[in-house]
Design a protein around this ligand. Structure first.
Ligand code: ZN
Length: 166
């Protein structure tokens, strides 16, 4: 658990999250369910990657919508980003937050950067990535970045950033 964002999450919730971060690929649907957040793949306007809003049917519940026309791994990152908004920013979500393709919204750039860092930590927990780097070495895989991206269900671009190769 590396990013400073983890410290902003209360200990009980962190423990719940950690139970879902033990093996790749990380199940975002299991995490969402444990948080009481519904995730729906939807038709969203062009240029919009995702959104999170209060669920009108569930007190304290939230709904995440992700653009169903985006590639699967992109959708996974978006869902992780929206879950990060729930974990870090639910007090300021108000009627909802909509993220464009660059993950910009009505929230500040600082909050967007926090959500991106926590999203990366959810999808690619550092300890797990380190473990799988070692496996990739012992298996002598031809393309470790592709191997790890496939294993974690993320884009090679996201994995390169995680590995400090960007
Ligand atoms: Zn955002």
């Amino acid at each position: 658990m590396a990013a400073a964002e983890w410290r902003a999450i209360d200990a009980g919730l962190r423990t719940t999250l950690e139970e879902h971060l033990r093996a790749p690929p990380i199940s975002l649907s299991a995490i969402a369910q444990s948080l009481g957040v519904k995730v729906i793949s939807s038709v969203l306007p062009g240029g919009i990657s995702g959104e999170i809003r209060p669920d009108p049917n569930t007190p304290a519940g939230f709904i995440v919508r992700v653009n169903k026309n985006d590639p699967a791994r992109r959708q996974r990152f978006t869902v992780a980003h929206e879950l990060a908004h729930f974990l870090l920013h639910r007090d300021v979500i108000g009627n909802g937050v909509t993220d464009d393709v660059l993950y910009r919204s009505t929230l500040s750039d600082a909050r967007e950067a926090q959500a991106n860092r926590l999203a990366a930590d959810l999808l690619m927990p550092r300890a797990l990535v380190d473990e799988w780097i070692e496996r990739a070495k012992s298996l002598r895989v031809e393309d470790p970045v592709e191997f790890l991206s496939d294993k974690f269900g993320v884009s090679t671009a996201a994995m390169k950033i995680r590995l400090g190769m960007d």
